[in-house]
Design a binder for this molecule. Structure first.
Ligand code: TRP
Length: 339
């Protein structure tokens, strides 16, 4: 049997931070040799929220940065195909076809849509509502077996399964499904990295305060400054899982994940520490673990031709699979084949 296929993506919105790394990219890297991986930059999703202020160079440069970070974090082209969503036009095309079989109320019920719509007030475009159908197209085009998703994207994966099942039911033959239903890939140590300013909120690239996150490309002095300033509590002795101490849990978890230690070990090591002792330890651990990524990133970005060749290959491999699925979907829907 061949390897199972994994598919996932991240939006190119700049400020790539420890949450993106520990919650997504690092997991892809760790599991990559077991699977056949298709990992992409979700640049079509990136315009579902208004780009303000508009800067015509930003989308492309954030895309290149993300691809360089994928590689710098250790994605290996022997196992992983890296590509850009907008380079494979089948994503947009399948979205349209799936739009026409997706009930409107399924989309109106999506939690993330409701949350983002409230945040955006008057300025809600159709793309924001349609976001999950585009995501379904991303996944279904590659007949993915597994999709590593965090808590916030689980509902979208459920919807993807519902859309695929509905399509197969309406247009497939009983013995032959056109679209494969993907399963979530859930990892034991689901890392939810929280904001440095508030341990109850997720670390986020859209938080207006840069002090709330550690960006993967932050230089050492900035990391030191951010950890020095981050929110803590006045209690001595550090513990995991105390609901009264979300910041403490978050910072210990960061240390545990980056130092590669077991939870028990960290709990024992830090139980009598105060913040004055723990913060320098955490600072050094973050700086040391980001150093190789930052060095590799520098080397990769110095060679734009290399990045372009990675994306050219990725696009070709992705297109080969995506176009095949698209053709099957169109055939199932009864479209004429262009001569
Ligand atoms: N919506 C995802 C996010 O913001 C990104 C994404 C787009 C994605 N398409 C996908 C993730 C398909 C997994 C599979 O995190």
């Amino acid at each position: 049997m061949g390897k199972q296929r994994v598919l996932s993506g991240v939006q190119p919105t700049g400020n790539y931070h420890l949450g993106n790394y520990l919650g997504a990219i690092r997991n892809w890297v760790e599991g990559q040799s077991e699977y056949e991986n298709y990992l992409f930059v979700a640049d079509l999703h990136a315009i579902t929220v208004p780009q303000v202020p508009y800067d015509s160079t930003r989308l492309a440069s954030d895309t290149y940065t993300l691809v360089a970070l994928y590689l710098a974090c250790g994605l290996d082209l022997d196992y992983s195909t890296i590509f850009v969503q907008s380079h494979v036009s089948a994503h947009s095309e399948l979205t349209w076809l799936l739009n026409c079989i997706t009930p409107l109320n399924w989309l109106e019920d999506m939690i993330q849509f409701k949350e983002k719509a409230v945040k955006q007030g008057e300025n809600v475009n159709v793309g924001l509502l349609d976001y999950p159908v585009l995501m379904a197209a991303d996944i279904l085009l590659y007949q993915a077996d597994k999709v590593p998703v965090g808590e916030d994207q689980k509902q979208h994966l459920e919807l993807t399964r519902d859309i695929a099942a509905r399509f197969n039911h309406q247009f497939g033959k009983p013995d032959q499904q056109v679209l494969k239903l993907p399963d979530p890939l859930i990892r034991k140590e689901g890392a939810r990295v929280m904001s440095l300013a508030d341990g109850t909120r997720k670390m986020s690239k859209s938080d207006p305060s840069d002090l709330s996150r550690i960006n993967l490309l932050d230089p050492p002095d900035q990391i030191q400054y951010k950890i020095k300033r981050c929110k803590t509590d006045p209690i001595r002795g550090l513990t995991f899982d105390d609901p009264e101490r979300p910041e403490c849990n978050n910072l210990l978890t960061l240390y545990m994940l980056l130092a590669g230690k077991a939870k028990k070990e960290v709990a024992a090591q830090c139980q009598d520490m105060g913040w004055g002792q723990f913060k320098p330890l955490l600072t050094d651990t973050i700086i040391e673990s980001l150093k190789p990524i930052q060095e590799k990133y520098q080397a990769i970005t110095e060679d734009k031709g290399y990045l372009e060749s990675v994306l050219r290959d990725g696009r070709q491999k992705a297109q080969a699979i995506a176009n095949q699925t698209l053709a099957q979907v169109k055939a199932a829907l009864g479209y004429s084949v262009p001569l």
